[in-house]
Design a protein around this ligand. Structure first.
Ligand code: SME
Length: 155
């Protein structure tokens, strides 16, 4: 297995192939979730939330991992809702230290949420839970922001 940036670059090539491929948006988003989960050992639950702009809420879209009760999250609530409001990547290296956190599973130790923007407006989010403490490096942030940049073309 290749390490760091080289591995992320290979995954990014695969993401582009999926985005550019013949399937519909939900099929592509699910394939990207599977790719990320299979490709990075410390990524566990991987999913997309889709913005319901009129209600300022996030609605669960394609994901891989255990089912979650958090199928609808208002802007401002939890890590996902805070990231939506800020329109910025939100990394929580230890969820036990985050006061506004919506737990999906007691196994989760850390989380990264990357907003997907289209013409400056948030349209979706990529959410990744990890069972590892403090796993996310600057390389993860750059990689996942690149993924989301590509995915924004689907909206
Ligand atoms: N933990 C998230 C909720 C979504 S689950 O991780 C799938 C949050 O605090 O917003």
């Amino acid at each position: 297995m290749k390490d760091g940036r080289e591995r992320f670059d290979l995954l990014l090539d695969r993401v582009w192939e999926i985005v550019d491929g013949p399937f519909d948006r939900n099929e592509k988003l699910e394939a990207i979730c599977q790719l990320l989960r299979d490709g990075v050992a410390y990524y566990d639950w991987v999913g997309f939330y889709i913005v319901d702009a009129s209600k300022r809420a996030l609605v669960l879209g394609p994901f891989v991992g255990e089912p979650t009760e958090h199928v609808r999250i208002p802007f401002g609530q939890g890590i996902c809702g805070q990231a939506a409001e800020r329109k910025e990547t939100f990394i929580v290296q230890d969820v036990s230290q985050e006061t506004d956190y919506l737990s999906c599973s007691p196994r989760v130790q850390s989380e990264i949420v990357v907003p997907i923007l289209k013409e400056g407006e948030i349209v979706s989010e990529l959410d990744i839970d990890s069972p590892t403490l403090s796993p996310f490096a600057q390389e993860d942030r750059i990689f996942l922001e690149d993924v989301c940049e590509m995915v924004s073309g689907l909206f």
